[in-house]
Design a binder for this molecule. Structure first.
Ligand code: GLN
Ligand code: ZN
Length: 766
């Protein structure tokens, strides 16, 4: 019989219950016990959903209060001393690592958080010491959660991150120089210990994630892989059967490390992304090893095409037999929203094309049944599915001839600014008259409760559009006034009208649909609700001009217009899977180009086009796919921004500063000013700007905006001093890491005061 399996389930709950509970706990509104019991309730509910759907292999330990990787820092005792020294309750220590803590004599910043592979999920990077000692937690979470499910009558397969991935995704802590992978021998015994404990608790199976196998692994990591798993496997029957999972790419280039690894019971591969790896992986399996076939897309919301998925599974069955194939989700379902059932406003046509986590859970069951018992066993499901797939393919909604014609007319010149940077810089100097070390912010200001309340009322029709507009104007006035008081140089309107930097645009473009409850976790308690691209994209009317123009009209200082770039719009939406992403990106670029030109015509001469998602779209491995991506991604940005005159300053923003592997792409964007996240990374990363003789302007973030902690003025000065080792005073802008929407006003004002003072200090000095 072919089993069905889910690799992980979203943990927020149907109504973002987990977000609400954790934030209530942080705000001292509920007790620790109340938060813990809410977590328990959610875990049980999610296991029950999967059990009721008939899933054979249900995951546990996929739950986390903040981040599942952060859980592993505690599991293995890799908690830097700056956190342990406060002797906090483990849960508070955990949150302190995730988001920083500044309370009752405790003052510690968060650990660095980075994107999880090419997704928009962020994990907290393990920070290791040169003399790192690993220690298994006294009550390991995977064991506790397995037992919790067991007590509820549900047998689960605990999920843990594998040792090679844990170390490959880790870094040396600040001031340390250890190469994490060299610690593997010290870490592996903890896995052995953990597996024994799991087995003793009754776990027959365990899922060990080794997603780094989809990377071009460094030789050292690659060489370390097999010996580590041989050691782990040596426990034999004293440990559970191991299903080793990989996802988001193919593992063909690393297949030799898996060949003959008898300690593994099964290997899971992502057959949505890379169906072509199937034969190679099958050929590498030992005589009894099982293939877990990831055929249900866990990264997108499209209904699975049963016919195509069944073909893939049948193909595997032919070679391996039914007992050696498992039907699975491609990765954890963490990346898709909870359930389609919550969507009450989608029209029936498109609704029929979608499938979220709960629905995908049912899909693996149907596919497993179809291949086990034959199609007749699920005839009704297969027929309905075929009809839906057909309806989407032939729908008028997906095709707009006007958009296609405009794309066909795009020329090479449309991608280039009129003059090179020095000319533009001189022109911009005339109108903008900025001092050295100009200060600015990345766009959003605190999204207060009041803003959310008013937006909600407006959405529900409880206030009129005119009333809402008045409210937004009042917000803009306040934000402008505060920025003037702070004496910032380039102002922003604060984005109060935007619920989200992509959804806001999605709602104003044709070709998009949006949801009401389809939230996906981005980091910690933060969720995003990506809009869905269903058809060809165009811009029926200006999207941001009214607000920017109003903001500019009430100040003498330059006002920065604020747009989300084509790649970010694409990446932070659920894209179509029936048209290449480059086509969708170009459609978005043309829509944004019109907006940029309209902003300029309205008197806005600084325009920021955010592209924080540019890097996460980078194919995970080097080679032709990456080259192709960078070409069309850079072209889309340039197409969207190159319609302006020399005197208009184009900014772009990135939420990271690790540009080493794609610096030429960042440079090729030809933006006049880049703002990048840098406060939690090493200023050394800026070396690349010297090495490559980067001529334009850069604002590396001077403080962390993910944390409520207020940096001191001295900290910011120190940071700028460090940056000046890499950037010239003429090049350096002064700004925070990113937008301030998740912050409180009190923190924001205090932090920006320090920032402006620090900039003035350097201005006086140079
Ligand atoms: N302009 C956006 C903001 O300030 C940028 C956010 C981002 O880069 N993620 O909110
Ligand atoms: Zn950012």
């Amino acid at each position: 019989m072919v089993q069905s399996s889910v690799l992980g389930f979203p943990r927020m709950g149907k109504l973002r219950d987990l977000k609400k509970a954790t934030e209530a706990y942080w705000g001292d509104k509920i007790s620790r016990d109340e938060l813990l019991s809410e977590g328990k309730r959610l875990r049980l509910a999610h296991w029950q959903i999967q059990k009721d759907a008939g899933v054979d292999v249900i995951p546990s330990n996929d739950f986390a209060f903040y981040d599942q990787i952060l859980d592993h820092h505690q599991l293995f005792g890799t908690i830097p001393e700056r956190y342990t020294k406060y002797n906090l309750h483990p849960l508070d220590e955990y949150f302190a690592m995730g988001r920083g803590l500044q309370k009752e004599g405790v003052d510690v910043p968060a650990l660095e958080m980075v994107k999880w592979f090419d997704s928009n999920y962020h994990y907290v990077k393990p920070a290791l010491q040169d003399n790192q000692v690993f220690k298994l937690a006294a009550e390991p979470k995977p064991v506790a959660e397995f037992l919790e499910a067991k007590a509820a009558g549900i047998t689960t397969r605990p999920v843990i991150l594998g040792p090679v991935s844990f170390l490959t995704l880790a870094k040396a802590d600040r001031g340390q120089s250890v190469d994490p992978i060299t610690l593997l021998d010290k870490l592996v015994p903890l896995y052995v210990e953990l597996l024994e404990k799991l087995k003793a608790a009754g776990a027959e199976d365990v899922q060990i994630d080794e997603p780094v196998l989809v990377f071009d692994l460094a030789e050292k990591s690659k060489a370390a892989f097999k010996p580590a798993y041989e050691k782990i496997g040596a426990i034999g029957a004293k440990g559970p059967r191991i299903t080793l999972t990989t996802y988001f790419g193919d593992i063909v280039h690393n297949i030799d490390v898996l060949a003959n690894l008898q300690s593994l019971y099964a290997i899971h591969v992502d057959l949505v992304r890379n169906p072509e790896q199937l034969d190679t992986v099958i050929a590498a399996l030992g005589p009894n090893q099982v293939l877990s076939a990831g055929v249900v897309d866990s990264r997108n919301i499209w209904k699975t095409n049963y016919k195509a998925a069944i073909e893939k599974v049948e193909n595997a069955i032919q070679k391996l037999g039914k007992d050696r194939v498992v039907v699975a989700t491609s990765s954890s379902l963490l990346h898709v929203p909870h359930t389609l059932a919550s969507e009450k406003t989608l029209d029936d046509e498109v609704r029929d094309w979608f499938s979220f986590a709960v629905e995908k859970t049912a899909e693996v069951v149907v596919i497993a049944k179809a291949v086990t018992e034959g199609p007749a066993a699920v005839r009704a499901e297969l027929e309905a599915n075929a009809k839906s797939v057909q309806a989407r393919a032939s729908s008028k909604r997906t095709n707009d001839p006007t958009v296609k014609a405009r794309q066909a007319a795009v020329t090479e010149e449309m991608h280039n600014r009129k003059s090179p940077f020095p000319t533009r810089h001189a022109e911009q100097g005339k109108t903008l008259k900025l001092p050295l070390f100009p200060t600015t912010t990345i766009g959003s200001f605190p999204q207060t409760k009041e803003i959310r309340v008013q937006r909600n009322k407006f959405t529900k029709g409880e206030i009129t559009p005119a009333e809402y507009e008045k409210f937004i104007e009042k917000e803009i006035e306040e934000v402008v006034k505060i920025q003037e008081e702070l004496d910032l140089d380039v102002l922003v309107h604060g984005e109060p009208e935007r619920n989200d930097m992509v959804q806001y645009f999605g709602e104003r473009l044709t070709g998009y649909v949006f949801t009401t409850h389809a939230w996906v976790q981005s980091y910690g308690s933060r969720c995003v609700r990506p809009p869905i691209i269903v058809g060809d994209i165009s811009r029926p009317a200006p999207m941001t001009v009214k607000e920017s123009k109003y903001a500019a009209s009430i100040t003498k200082k330059p006002m920065k217009g604020m747009l989300t770039g084509p790649i970010t719009c694409l990446r932070w939406s659920f894209p179509r899977d029936d048209v290449h992403q480059s086509v969708q990106a170009q459609q978005l670029a043309l829509a944004l180009r019109d907006e940029v030109v309209d902003l300029e015509a309205a008197g806005i001469h600084v325009i920021q086009v955010d592209e924080p998602a540019l890097r996460e779209g980078l194919p995970l491995r080097s080679g032709s796919e990456r080259v192709a991506y960078l070409k069309w991604a850079v072209d889309s940005f340039k197409l969207s921004t190159a319609g302006v005159t020399d005197g208009t300053q184009i900014h772009s923003h990135f939420c990271y500063s690790e540009f080493q592997d794609f610096f030429h792409a960042i440079a090729a964007l030809d933006a006049d000013v880049l703002s990048i996240e840098n406060s939690k990374s090493d200023a050394k990363l800026l070396q690349v700007f010297i090495d490559q003789a980067y001529p334009r302007h850069i604002g590396p973030g001077v403080y962390d905006i993910h944390s409520p902690r207020i940096p001191s003025e001295q900290e910011i000065k120190d940071r700028l001093e460090e940056m000046l080792q890499y950037l010239t005073p003429q090049q350096l802008w002064v700004n925070p890491d990113c937008g301030l929407k998740t912050r409180q006003w009190r923190e924001t004002k205090a932090a920006l005061e320090g920032m402006v003072a620090a900039a003035k200090y350097f201005r006086a000095k140079y």
